[in-house]
Write a protein of this length. Structure first.
Length: 126
């Protein structure tokens, strides 16, 4: 594999945790292997591995962008990742407040619902 892939896999494991990545890798098939390589090199090996902003800031941006674009299915995974990125519940709330103002209250409201549910599953107090 490429250096970008190796870097991406290291960052992916750090942010999402070994258990999550191991499940994803076990589910990988010949059909989706090229896609998995693309996201590992592009998202994890390039964007998430850059040292220009912190993992905390990246986490906040990612959650806001997921909510603003209506890609809600990835929000729980990235809420769980906040345990590894340093993004606090306050950070998440601030990100979703930006979503409410700039992308719409319904999107932010749904994202908050998912965040609350995920924090509860994580055993976190709200």
């Amino acid at each position: 594999m490429s250096q970008k892939y190796e870097t991406g896999m290291k960052t992916r494991r750090h942010v999402l945790g070994d258990a999550h990545v191991d499940r994803a890798e076990a589910a990988k098939t010949d059909f989706d292997a090229p896609f998995q390589t693309l996201i590992t090199e592009g998202a994890w090996g390039t964007v998430w591995s850059s040292d220009k902003i912190t993992l905390r800031e990246r986490s906040m941006l990612t959650l806001a962008l997921l909510a603003a674009t209506g890609n809600f299915e990835e929000i729980p995974m990235h809420i769980r990742a906040t345990a590894n990125t340093g993004a606090s519940k306050t950070d998440v709330m601030e990100a979703f407040q930006h979503v409410a103002i700039y992308a719409g209250v319904p999107k932010a409201n749904h994202a908050l619902k998912l965040a609350k549910q995920t924090y509860k599953e994580m055993g976190e107090d709200l």
